[in-house]
Write a new protein. Structure first.
Length: 312
């Protein structure tokens, strides 16, 4: 067991352990898809054998940002679009910690889009769940990066003039090594995908379709949906980058044509994570930096001293 948490404490995990005592009941709007994310995340934890002391959840701003208020674990509510860099720092300081980041489509694909690109490119070992409801919900219904072309909102009263971004394709191009899409209306698939993403060594991106009945009635409930792994019509090799790219492109087109495709799109189990590469080159210590806070005899290294040494 670690000196500063219950990491390594092997025991049977109950999903109810992840329900906080202070604010156990989420206050999202009735019918909100965010309830589906919370439920799937709680269900996934016993599947991967993680207890609340082994998990840190980082969220951004928006309706999705309330996730760690309703999920009992270590948590950090960051500013808009910045959940990923804060989550990266936690993972680098304590690699044994299970790090999960979450944000909305505006938070993750808009203001935080640059962090998504570079976190994926560097293949940081964490799970990133993006609540994609095609609208800015908490700020009351503005057009988001995933709002379809022609969608009318407070910021685009005559309809959005531009096509939405393609989050799956963008993530693949950036370098993510696990990419999936699921939906709040498919809870069994959702918990399985979250569990797979958590167990994946590298950057795992989940585009989670979450309906917003209050501010985006156009999106309805993302039904009917098709699981591409269960359908005879769709067949691709998730380890083949080109096949994954073609399947993603088809999925992103069909979403706005009325057909919702979900499932696993790309899995790369061979590429080393950022932390693995840095430890292999000696740029990161084998001992977690977080341990030094509990070791009175630890010798602290300062970047400032290292820079001076190289410039003498």
């Amino acid at each position: 067991m670690s000196a500063f948490s219950a990491i390594g404490d092997e025991r049977e995990i109950d999903r109810d352990e992840f329900t906080p005592g202070i604010e156990p009941q989420a206050t999202w709007c009735p019918g909100c898809g965010d309830f589906g994310v919370l439920k799937a995340l709680k269900q996934a934890m016993p599947m991967v054998g993680r207890n609340p002391d082994e998990v840190a959840l980082f969220t951004g701003i928006g309706c999705s940002g309330k996730l760690n208020s309703y999920f009992n674990s270590y948590g950090f509510h960051t500013i808009h679009g910045r959940s990923l860099p804060v989550a990266r720092a936690a993972k680098l300081a304590n690699p044994e910690l299970e790090v999960i980041a979450a944000g909305g489509d505006g938070d993750g694909y808009g203001i935080g889009g640059n962090h998504l690109i570079h976190t994926a490119r560097e293949n940081h070992d964490m799970t990133y769940i993006v609540f994609n409801n095609e609208i800015f919900g908490l700020t009351k219904g503005q057009t988001s990066p995933t709002s379809p072309k022609g969608h009318k909102s407070k910021t685009q009263p005559h309809g959005s003039a531009k096509s939405p971004i393609r989050p799956l394709s963008q993530s693949l191009n950036a370098g993510a090594t696990y990419i999936a899409r699921t939906a709040a209306v498919n809870p069994n698939q959702a918990k399985e995908i979250i569990a797979e993403a958590i167990e994946h060594d590298g950057f795992a991106h989940i585009d989670f379709l979450t309906q917003c009945p209050t501010w985006n009635k156009d999106a309805k409930h993302y039904v009917p949906y098709t699981d591409i792994q269960q359908s005879d019509e769709y067949d691709h090799n998730v380890s083949d980058r080109q096949e994954a790219a073609e399947m993603m492109f088809q999925t992103e087109n069909k979403l706005y044509e009325g057909e919702v495709l979900t499932g696993r799109y790309y899995v790369d189990d061979q590429s080393p994570s950022y932390g693995e590469e840095k430890r292999a080159t000696g740029e990161m210590p084998e001992e977690p930096l977080a341990e030094r806070y509990f070791d009175e005899d630890a010798e602290w290294e300062r970047t400032y001293d290292e820079l001076l040494h190289h410039h003498k």
